[in-house]
Design a protein around this ligand. Sequence first.
Ligand SMILES: Nc1ncnc2c1ncn2[C@@H]1O[C@H](COP(=O)(O)OP(=O)(O)OP(=O)(O)O)[C@@H](O)[C@H]1O
Length: 316
Amino acid sequence: MSESNNLIISTKGLTKSYDGKPVLNSLDLKVPKNSIFGFLGPNGAGKTTTIKLILGLIQPTGGSCEVFGMDAFNNSVDIRHRTGYLAQDPRYYEHMTARETLRFTARFFFKGPKKEVESRIEETLEMAGLDDKADRPIKGFSGGERQRLGIAQAQINNPDLLILDEPAASLDPMGRRDVLGLMKKMQSETTIFYSTHILDDVQRVSDMVAILNKGNLVAQAPIEELLGSKENAVYNLVIKGDATNVSSLLLQQPWVSSVNAVSPNGYTTLTVSVSDDSKAERNILKVAMADENIVIVEYGRKKYELEDVFMKMVEG
Ligand SMILES: Nc1ncnc2c1ncn2[C@@H]1O[C@H](COP(=O)(O)OP(=O)(O)OP(=O)(O)O)[C@@H](O)[C@H]1O
C-alpha cells in the first residue's frame, strides 16, 4: 500500500484519453506525506484532468491512481472524507459572510457537536487571516481573501490531503504572498498538492515539483535537486575591456558548451554554459585571466531559476 511508503498520492502509468485522444500519458506521480507538491505545467498540459483523477471524479483510461493507498476511483467517497479541495475558480453565495460560508461547509464535512463546530470555524478563520472579516458579506472580498476563504473551506475538516487547483493564479503579488504563506503554515498538518503555472510561486513555497507538458511528466524531483543540477551549469563573467579574446579562449575549452556575450554599457557580460561543472569551477577564471588586457569585475556561478529549468524541459 502506498500510504505505508509515506506516499499520499501514487500513480502508475496513469492515462486518460478523450475520444481516443490522450490528454495524460502514463503518469507516475509520487507525492510524499507533508510535502507541498507543486504540479507545474502550461495551459492545457493536463493538470486539472490529473486532479479530477486523483479526486476520483473521472475514471482513468489506463494505469492506476492511489490516494492513501486506496484506488482513487473505487474509493472516492472514503478518500474525499480525508481530502480538501479548492477548485480553480471558487464560487460563493455572495450575500453570505465568511463565517456563514464555513458553517455551511462544515454541515457537510465536519462532524461534531455545535460548540466544537463553531470553535473549528473560529480557528480556521484565524488561520486564514479572515477573523477580522468573518462577519462581512463575501461580495466585498478581494481576490486574495476569496482564495483564502476557499482554502479555509477546503480544510475545515482537518484533511490529510489538500488539493488546490491554481490557488494563486488570479492574485496580485500581495494576495499571492498571503495564499502561499497560508499554505506554508498548513504544511505540518497536511499534504498539499497544488497545480500552478506560476514558476515563482513554486520556487517560493514547494519542496517537491513535477512538471507536466502536453500530458507527459517531464520532471519530478525535490526543488533543490531540480534547481541545483550539476549538469549544464552556467557562469557569469562581467568584463571591462574587449572581451572577444576571452570569449574565444573559453570556447576552445572542451568543458565549455557555449558563450553568450552582451555589452550594454562598456562592460561585457559573458554567460558561459559548461558541460563539466567541476572542471569549470577550477579553470574558468584562470582561462579568462590569461588575457591581460581585460579586467574581470564580476564572477559567479549562476543559480538556476526554475524558469530556466522549466523552459528547457517544456521546450524539449
Ligand atoms: N471532457 C473533456 N473532453 C475532451 N477533452 C478534454 C476534456 N477535459 C479536458 N480536455 C482536454 O484535455 C487537455 C488538458 O486539459 P486540462 O484542463 O487538464 O489542462 P490544464 O493543465 O489544467 O490547463 P489549464 O491550466 O488551462 O487549466 C486540454 O486540451 C483539454 O481541452
